[in-house]
Ligand binder design. Structure first.
Ligand code: NAP
Length: 289
């Protein structure tokens, strides 16, 4: 059995995940569309060769079109008798489509989006949200546990559905906190006293403190999870939940501030930069369309 893992997509998360897998003693190689070095990992600049060398292909790429392009480029030669683990954040229906393509080409597919970011990938404390065959998840257990805690949610779609549900909370909680912090600042309320009271209340979420300094210091360049990907995920949630009869009008405003963030040049910055769209500089007008 070929036990080598080929990590496809060596961006912010894929490179951290590949390094962690290697640090755990697992055989790992990496591939990125635009060739990129990752310390401690052998990287290849050929997708087909990556599949020749690795029995497990672990996708960590931007979105559904990227996943489809990679699977279609690999074709039957690259996919047959391979396991494809997909940790990219895509919609449940999109994941089902990728699963269908992988299985038609003779491969096995496990949906494994992750909750957590670079620090959690680096320390092996991600939450892996699995959808697909439980037997396959058991077979891959050592690899999955190298990155964190796997939870098997059920059939294909369920891991992707859980992931979008979590990311909707990331966006909505951050936007809600931004509005409240903005009013506190504009009314001259002492921020420390406000935070101390919030921390003692049932309304508190740890993410507020995680993003507080970024917002107070207007410092968003150091991105773990880029704003452009949160916008993608809120759009995916809106489409997916909308098609299940869930009213998503509340997310129109959130999408708007994220689009404005991208328009203002924050697409590759930390997602908490949405604060800048919510709490406008006095006199600045709405720029997103
Ligand atoms: P990123 O730094 O923007 O990296 C994106 C990766 O996708 C790059 O390796 C890029 O290759 C590759 N890619 C894009 N289009 C491609 C295509 N058509 N064919 C092949 N490769 C393609 O993003 P990231 O933060 O690592 O996130 C990757 C995925 O994980 C996204 O779905 C994101 O939503 C999800 N996620 C991110 C986090 C986080 O904290 N960052 C956490 C959980 C989940 P190039 O370099 O060649 O463009």
């Amino acid at each position: 059995m070929n036990t080598t893992i080929g990590v496809i997509g060596l961006g912010l998360m894929g490179s951290a995940m590949a390094r962690r897998l290697a640090e755990c003693g697992l055989p790992v190689i990496g591939y990125n569309r635009h060739p990129r070095d990752v310390e401690g990992i052998e990287t290849l600049d050929n997708l087909g060769e990556t599949a020749e060398r690795a029995g497990t292909l672990w996708l960590m790429i931007s979105d559904f079109p990227a996943c489809r392009e990679v699977i279609d480029s690999l074709g039957e030669t690259g996919i047959r008798d391979h396991v494809v683990i997909n940790s990219s954040t895509i919609a449940p229906a999109e994941s089902a489509e990728i699963a269908r393509r992988v299985e038609a080409l003779g491969g096995e597919y496990l949906e494994a989006p992750v909750l957590g970011s670079i620090p959690q990938a680096t320390t092996g404390t991600l939450q892996l949200l699995l959808g697909g065959s439980e037997a396959l998840a058991v077979r891959l257990d050592d690899r999955l546990r190298a990155l964190g805690t796997p939870t098997h949610f059920g059939a294909i779609r369920s891991g992707a559905g859980a992931k979008l549900a979590f990311n909707q909370l990331i966006g909505s909680l951050t936007a809600a906190f931004s509005m409240s912090l903005g009013l506190v600042q504009r009314e001259g309320v002492d921020v420390e006293k406000f935070m101390a009271t919030l921390r003692e209340s049932a309304l508190y979420a740890p993410t507020f403190d995680k993003k507080l300094d970024n917002m107070l210091e207007h410092s968003f360049e150091q991105a773990n999870f880029p704003l452009k990907h949160l916008l993608k995920d809120i759009r995916l949630f809106t489409q997916s939940a909308g098609s299940q009869g869930i009213d998503t009008h509340l997310l129109i405003g959130l999408q708007h501030v994220l689009e404005e963030g991208v328009y203002a040049g924050h697409g590759n910055h930390d997602y908490s930069a949405l604060f800048e769209s919510v709490v406008r500089e006095p006199g600045r007008s709405d720029t997103a369309h």
